[in-house]
Design a protein around this ligand. Structure first.
Ligand SMILES: *Cc1c(COP(=O)(O)O)cnc(C)c1O
Length: 463
């Protein structure tokens, strides 16, 4: 057998071993970074047989892997991996397409066109919007806000792509107090100085307050304006009052961007329509395929309603590229050569179908509710957010107990839930975002919380 065939056969075995082992292995890693690096390390030395290299990688990296694709992983907002998306992701590497140009891969561009069209349809976004396949929601925020920066400055006669920001008319950015940190990073990359943003306070669920947004806007001098809203708060899962906020900002001539890294997918579900009502009237939207849609990393999506603004802000124009009148995929993203991300998104959507996407999102919500109900029954335990989507925030008797429960849970290995701070209190934070998670995974995880809590209380009573 040649090397490639031996490698691929071995990888299939290794992958199957990992995937079938997910149900029984601890969710946490058993080695830390230094320990894994020591095993993988040493002098580079001579080359080795590729199959041996992969065996070495699996043996060395394995104990340092966190079982993020496990049905009992509820940390951050991670998502799982749909089998079809996983397969397509492997093929993407096998095919090694450069997705930047139509000429370098008609297939990659076609998959992105089709998957992008399905996504716009599922989420009710403008059918002629520009869709860019980027690494994640942070870069999707960046891409959308670059288009926003272009558009609001072009309206006052300033060409920011040519002349930069020095000497430009002032551009006001308004954000909610509970925006994701990556919005600030995107603003930083764009020279928009997140320290200069006008910040609108949030309510007790983390939603931007509409009355205070109105006050901020009333107070501004007319001029270029960009407002960032959020669909899905990383702690509470709450959605900003999208429709009314979008309409208000538009009355002031501003551009509205929505960070919907995991929450945008709520727009696919009629049952969740009250969360996303009016979302479609915004000007740009950032989301991830690697969270709620369960496509492998790295897969973010930037959508800009005014495709011309996206093309103006992004894209590369050089004589050697072989470009025709149809926009190249690189026209909508801040990358040149890149992975053909559309195949995995196409496959994920294709395998679920329209109804499957809706059911996936709704199941996450149902399981989050199940968590909330069961945890609220534990003595001295409170669910501190309204569980409107996929996120559950839990506080124990006091901050110290909460932190100790989370610490022990992460070591115990049944489930993975991350610590956070909400409204000034330590919380245990649960995110349901994996197709693999079942009711029994939720019940087993609640049992683990119950056990750990009893241990913590036993330990503190014992002194
Ligand atoms: C995860 C997340 C981001 C960042 O997304 P990446 O894919 O990690 O770049 C931005 N905003 C929100 C609300 C998120 O949940």
């Amino acid at each position: 057998m040649n090397d490639e065939r031996r490698v691929m056969n071995r990888v299939v075995e290794q992958a199957n071993d990992f995937l079938t082992g997910l149900g029984s292995r601890p969710v946490c890693a058993s080695r830390d970074v230094d320990q894994v690096a020591a095993v993988l390390g040493g002098p580079l030395g001579d080359g080795k047989d590729p199959v041996q290299v992969l065996d070495e990688l699996v043996a060395g990296a394995g104990p340092g892997l966190v079982a993020t694709p496990s049905g009992r992983f509820f940390g951050w907002v991670i998502g799982g991996v749909l089998p079809a998306a996983l397969g397509a992701d492997w093929l993407t590497s096998v095919w090694d397409q450069n997705a930047g140009l139509l000429a370098s891969s008609p297939a990659a561009a076609a998959a992105e066109r089709v998957a992008g069209g399905w996504l716009l349809d599922l989420l009710g976004l403008p059918a002629d919007g520009a869709v860019g396949f980027v690494t994640g929601a942070m870069m999707a925020n960046f891409t959308c806000l670059a288009a926003a920066r272009h558009a609001v400055l072009a309206r006052v006669g300033w060409d920011v792509e040519r002349d930069g920001l020095a000497g430009a008319p002032p551009l006001t950015v308004v954000v909610g107090a509970e925006r994701h940190d990556t919005v600030d990073v995107a603003l930083r990359f764009l020279g928009l100085g997140p320290g200069r943003s006008r910040v609108v306070p949030a309510d007790d669920q983390g939603r931007l307050r509409l009355d205070l947004l109105a006050e901020v806007l009333d107070d501004l001098d007319p001029g270029p304006l960009v407002v960032c809203l959020q669909a899905g708060n990383v702690n509470s899962g709450a959605f900003d009052p999208l429709g009314p906020a979008i309409d208000l900002v538009h009355r002031f001539g501003g551009w509205v961007h929505v960070d919907g890294a995991f929450g945008l997918w709520a727009a696919a579900s009629p049952a969740l329509a009250s969360l996303t009502d009016g979302l479609q009237r915004a000007d740009s939207w950032a989301t991830d395929a690697h969270k709620t849609l369960n496509v492998p990393y790295d897969s973010g999506i930037a959508v800009v309603a005014d495709a011309g603004a996206a093309y103006a802000a992004m894209g590369v124009h050089a004589a050697y590229l072989i470009q025709d009148e149809r926009p190249d995929p690189l026209a909508t993203v801040p990358e040149f050569s890149r992975r053909a991300r559309g195949f995995a998104v196409w496959a994920g959507l294709r395998s679920l179908g329209h109804r499957g996407v809706v059911e996936l999102v709704e199941r996450f919500c149902t399981l989050a509710q199940r968590f909330a109900r069961a945890l609220a029954e534990l003595d001295g335990v409170r669910v501190v957010n309204d569980v409107v989507f996929t996120q559950v925030c839990v506080a124990f008797a006091d901050d110290e107990e909460t932190r100790e429960v989370v610490r022990r849970l992460l070591r115990e290995g049944t489930a993975w839930m991350t610590p956070s701070v909400w409204q000034g209190r330590a919380i245990l934070r649960i995110s349901v975002s994996n197709w693999r998670t079942t009711e029994s995974d939720v019940d087993r995880s609640v049992d683990a919380v119950r056990r750990v809590l009893a241990e913590v209380r036993g330990a503190s009573r014992g002194g």
